[in-house]
Design a protein around this ligand. Structure first.
Ligand code: MIC
Ligand code: SF4
Length: 640
């Protein structure tokens, strides 16, 4: 990775380990980001560590996910987070100010810095040359307390961009094409670093669309160089001082190089079910579309929404189609209003939502039964929209606007002349909705409404455990499968006893009751277990229900770290062993604590055949200590 941008940033931030792909490194984190759905737990964890104020250069909390206030829970959480921000020295972005990734990019991004966020789309910051990564809340809380962030040193994949995007093709089509090539697990253990002459043809917001959705490949992060375009972007944000140039060195050593000619790209679509089911729009037929959602942290910059407005100008959306807009930030919304684009969207019949995550995580905008929904979002895992059996297509703003106009999924190139959208010369800047950290120190009460429940205490790993396999999950199981989002479940993120009732509720509604009855258990997983979001609740809540072990063919990066952080042992099995075990099988471990402390494998007989299974423990020394202690928080508390 010598000479790559990633290599340069990692070298400057390295605290422990060696920059060798695959080996564990500890790096200094400059900035952190929390959002409301993962932030409450992270703040409780930070509080438990006993550090009075954050030790980062900058930490921010955003209210953007849990914005529908159907009961007291979400606002309870907002107020708790606001009091945490005050007490711990954190910037607080108030509800209505926008989606964490968009606002962070606009107001705080800084090339060359490291950013750790309790949200899997934190790599959005890579659009401005940051090394930005998603992690579980506890890892972010540790970074806030000044501890290094530990990760496996990634391999750096160079993506050489040449050419220039054609009319009606945009950055979303580039990342969809990459997903087609890499699939949802092709990026695991890697950072995607963009370089080449095509880079300068993309604005920072376009680059951010690409780095944002790079998360869907499973990559640790994605990053662009910081160049003239980055300087211009920062200057227009009134933050020219944050600029520094970062480019790969001439002889940069990439683990692998992929080349993409932007001029050859065409409008693409991810078909329902998974972000990697990508085909060109022209090959997807022309299904009827009854819902179009424009927005989310992937595609809700000024350009994206003003472009949709320009396409819809003077026209009306058909009566059977609903169009909703969730702008990325208050900055975007105000600039849309100033330019007249907002009025155009309203005239066309769009429904305007506040700048927030909205339908992307099923916090509103759930589609009707059986209809097709076209969205500019980044994920279309089954049921994520809030509707069981949903059919969500992921596309660019161009294709979404074309669908809104025609009520069908059509190639936007059929629309004729491509409107030209110029970014405003100066972005509208008003940080009054970001409460700066208070200078006041000393005792301050945290505001704990009834939705804020205390953290549970977990015991160290016992020597002997008799465990039953409680569920067999397939390949590419997402954290949305393990613990769904949506307007009913998301408000319970700071209430572990309640949210635990929904573990695996989509795959097996009786799972939680069964786990409670048995008191402990094992999950059997296929490939890429736990892909998707960073929500640590997908490890914490199963642990709360007594899950002590996950046997899977392979794991997604963030979820793997979350399992370890909460004392669930992750062990890797072969496909044959996976197929050879079933729910209901019992496994007795007589030497578990010792094996986890110092063995390369967990050894046990297959309960059906008696054949010995050797489940690999691919763990570092640090991870073994965490597991033995019953979780990272126990370890941190015992060492401070
Ligand atoms: C998502 O897009 O799945 C989320 C909701 O933003 C999650 C975070 C969460 O579950 O709170 C993510 O991407 O990490
Ligand atoms: Fe919010 Fe969706 Fe982005 Fe997650 S992917 S941060 S839910 S807009």
């Amino acid at each position: 990775m010598k000479g790559t941008i990633v290599g340069q940033i990692l070298k400057r931030h390295l605290v422990e380990g060696e920059l060798k792909p695959g080996s564990e490194i500890g790096i200094r984190i400059d900035q952190t980001l929390l959002q409301d759905a993962t932030g409450t737990m992270a703040c409780l964890e930070f509080e438990a560590m006993g550090t009075p104020r954050v030790k980062t250069q900058l930490s921010a909390i955003y209210i953007d996910h849990n914005t529908l206030q159907l009961g007291y829970e979400n606002m309870d959480d907002h107020l708790f987070l606001q009091s945490c921000a005050k007490k711990f020295g954190i910037y607080f972005s108030r509800p209505g100010n926008g989606i964490c990734h968009q606002v962070h990019l606009e107001r705080f991004s800084a090339p060359g810095k490291t950013l750790l966020g309790s949200d899997s789309h934190t790599p959005t910051g890579g659009g401005a040359g940051m090394l930005a990564m998603g992690a579980g809340g506890l890892d972010v809380a540790c970074a806030m307390a000044g501890y290094p962030f530990f990760l496996r040193c990634p391999e750096v994949i160079g993506i050489k961009l040449t050419g220039k995007l054609s009319p009606w093709v945009s950055a979303k089509d580039l990342i969809l094409e990459l997903l087609r090539r890499l699939t949802v697990k092709g990026g695991v253990g890697k950072v995607l670093e963009y370089f080449g002459p095509g880079v300068e043809t993309l604005s920072v917001f376009e680059r951010a669309t690409v780095t944002n959705m790079g998360a869907e490949t499973g990559a640790t992060s994605s990053i662009f160089p910081s160049d003239r375009g980055t300087r211009e972007f920062l200057t227009r944000q009134g933050r020219g001082k944050s600029f520094c140039e970062i480019a790969p060195k001439k002889n940069a050593e990439y683990g692998q190089v992929m080349e993409i000619d932007l001029a050859k790209l065409e409008p693409m679509v991810a078909l329902p079910g998974s972000p990697d089911r990508v085909v060109p729009v022209k090959e997807a037929g022309t299904p009827e579309i009854q819902q179009v959602n424009l927005g989310s942290c992937t595609n809700s910059s000024y350009r994206d929404l003003a472009l949709a407005a320009a396409i819809l100008k003077g026209r009306k959306i058909p009566e059977q189609t609903s169009l909703s807009i969730n702008p990325g930030s208050r900055q975007v919304l105000k600039m849309l209003a100033d330019s007249g684009a907002l009025a155009t969207l309203i005239q066309a019949g769009a429904r305007i939502y506040e700048p927030c995550c909205d339908g992307c995580i099923g916090m509103g905008s759930a589609p009707a039964t059986g209809i097709n929904s076209v969205r500019t979002y980044n994920r279309n895992f089954p049921g994520r929209s809030g509707t069981v059996g949903d059919k969500v297509f992921l596309v660019s703003p161009e294709t979404a606007a074309a669908a809104a106009l025609s009520g069908k999924l059509v190639d936007p190139r059929k629309l004729g002349k491509y409107p030209k959208i110029a970014e405003p010369k100066k972005f509208w800047i008003d940080d009054s909705m970001i409460v700066a950290p208070s200078r006041k120190r000393g005792p301050m009460e945290l505001r704990r409404g009834p939705n804020i429940q205390p953290l549970p205490k977990f015991e160290p790993l016992p020597q002997k455990l008799d465990l039953e396999i409680l569920l067999k999950a397939g390949n590419n199981v997402t954290t949305d499968d393990i613990l769904p989002g949506g307007s009913k479940i998301l408000p319970l993120r700071s209430n572990l006893p309640k949210i635990s009732d929904y573990v695996f509720s989509r795959l097996d509604p009786k799972f939680a009751a069964r786990a409670k009855e048995k008191g402990s258990g094992i999950i059997l997983g296929g490939e890429n277990y736990g892909q998707g979001s960073s929500r640590e609740h997908a490890a914490l809540a199963p642990r709360f229900l007594g899950i002590r072990l996950v046997l899977a063919i392979s794991f997604a990066r963030i979820h793997l770290a979350n399992l370890i952080n909460f004392g669930i042992v992750p062990a890797v099995i072969g496909a044959e062993d996976y197929h050879g075990m079933e729910p209901g099988d019992r496994i007795v471990f007589s030497d578990l604590a010792r094996e986890v402390a110092d063995s390369e494998t967990l050894n046990f007989p297959n309960p059906r055949t008696g054949k010995r299974v050797q489940a690999k423990l691919r763990l570092t020394e640090r991870e073994r200590k965490i597991l033995s202690a019953g979780g990272l928080l126990n370890l941190v508390k015992s060492s401070s």
